[in-house]
Ligand binder design. Structure first.
Ligand code: SF4
Length: 455
């Protein structure tokens, strides 16, 4: 029998008014997790809890965990331990993908309550039941079927927001052979259009001027609703919302990059010139063993179409190195393809074994040294491509949305262009959440310098 440590709930014999309970949130992982943390925060805020930064003393810690790779697991464990150390008397709640996959491991290192993805929309109810019942509840909640409810963002907890993430989809039906996500997020599920639009309106009323649409497989939006071209349709509806100035698409799988979607973004006044399109490998044999249903030629053709129809479009790609059986030749096919294509930045991931996936049983697992060498090679290539992209804008103007923060290294005001370029700038109007035209004067790999032009 697996024993979990005794729960350390707050002393509820003398009830603490909620407004005196301080709750700190920490996110590990992807943009979808960011949306969920934002939604959880607003839910706690509405019920009277006080939201505090993660570094502060808190009575309750909520950690939204990740399990996409081994480092996602390690980071999640680190944050749970940090919360436990920060206040040994606090209630530590772990939720998210790692919590769904390995609830017992998180209990063992100090989480008092573990709420998997399936029960995340009712996390606050579970927490309050836990606090009331003290040690009577088992620490990891029993697994339950996934709720079809999406977390809602109600109002705004922190002022000064400019860009927000809006969840439009969850889960995935693809089953790539290395990926654990369908096991922890379930099958593809689209957020109903009316609810999505209502959520977007509320976020815009709360001050956001840019929304990034996100999900596990965002491009599959509408498939389960029997909608053809569900995503372009949703984009059209979102574009009618007054005050929403920019719509950004987070990761879109190559198979979902339909002509209709590319044409829509090309013609839209509100869609950002920005795609993020996971490549994973530029070698056809490797793609096949990954269970990815496209070829390098198809991927290249989609990117050429984007570059032709949407000049100066930012195009990011995820790429995985060291997949089992990846030879030097396979890797070189990937490197050469990336070099040739109008990709403007890269996210490089070494293959990370996830137990229970088909890749676990494949031959030819590679050592860490090979994975690191290949990672370094592609990271350098990605940096070179990003610098080249940034240099293209010297002497030109970019419209930027001014953020409510200063760049730590330069101390300058920061804004983001629609084509995903971080601009630090001087002069002009600097109050956040406004659009400014900036003349680009210098380019670095990580950002560009600009001078705001008078309006
Ligand atoms: S598309 Fe593939 S990599 Fe992406 S979540 Fe689905 S199974 Fe995982």
């Amino acid at each position: 029998m697996h024993l979990f440590p005794a729960t350390r709930a707050l002393d509820m014999t003398t009830p603490t008014p909620r407004e005196r309970l301080r709750v700190a949130f920490q996110n590990v992982g992807c943009k979808l997790n960011l949306y969920e943390v934002e939604a959880l925060k607003t839910g706690f805020h509405q019920r009277g809890y006080q939201i505090v930064p993660f570094g502060d003393q808190a009575d309750i810690f909520v950690v939204n965990t990740c399990t996409v790779t081994g480092s996602g697991d390690a980071d999640s464990r680190k944050v749970v331990r940090r919360a436990r150390r920060a206040n040994p008397a606090a209630t530590v709640v772990a939720t998210g993908c790692y919590a769904q996959r390995r609830p017992g491991e998180l209990s063992e290192i100090g989480a008092n309550l573990v709420v998997g993805n399936s029960q995340k929309p009712s996390l606050l109810d579970h927490l309050e039941a836990h606090l009331s019942a003290a040690s009577e509840l088992p620490s990891p909640l029993p697994q339950a079927p996934r709720s079809s409810n999406f977390l809602q963002i109600e109002g705004v907890v922190e002022q000064g927001r400019t860009r927000g993430t809006l969840q439009i989809q969850d889960g995935c039906d693809e089953h790539c052979t290395y990926c654990i996500i369908p096991q922890v997020r379930g099958p593809g599920l689209s957020r109903p259009p009316a609810e999505t639009l209502e959520q977007a309106r509320r976020m815009v009323q709360g001050g956001y001027r840019e929304l990034a649409l996100t999900g596990v497989h965002t491009g599959s939006y509408g498939n389960d609703l029997d909608q053809k071209d569900g995503l372009p349709k949703l984009l059209r509806e979102l574009e009618n919302i007054d005050g929403l100035e920019r719509i950004r698409l987070n990761s879109i799988e190559p198979g979902s990059l339909s002509d209709a979607l590319i044409h829509h973004v090309a013609a839209s006044k509100k869609c950002c010139r920005h795609f993020h399109i996971p490549l994973q490998s530029g070698d056809d044999q490797t793609l096949k063993r990954m269970g990815r249903h496209y070829t390098r030629a198809y991927y290249a053709e989609r990117l050429e179409m984007i570059a032709t129809l949407i000049p100066d479009c930012a195009v990011g790609a995820d790429v995985m190195v060291g997949f089992p059986g990846e030879t030097e030749e396979h890797f070189e096919n990937t490197r050469a393809l990336i070099d040739d294509l109008p990709i403007t930045y890269l996210h490089v991931f070494p293959f990370s074994l996830r137990t229970t996936t088909p890749a676990e049983r494949m031959q030819g697992h590679l050592g860490n040294q090979v994975k690191q060498e290949r990672s370094r090679c592609l990271i350098a290539l990605g940096q070179h491509k990003r610098l080249e992209f940034h240099q293209r804008f010297i002497g030109r103007q970019l419209q930027i949305l001014v953020e409510d923060r200063l760049d730590k290294a330069t101390g300058l005001r920061v804004g983001l262009s629609d084509n995903y370029i971080k601009v630090v700038f001087e002069g002009g109007r600097t109050d956040p959440n406004h659009f400014v035209e900036a003349l680009i004067t210098q380019a670095r790999e990580d950002l560009v310098f600009g001078e705001a032009q008078s309006q």
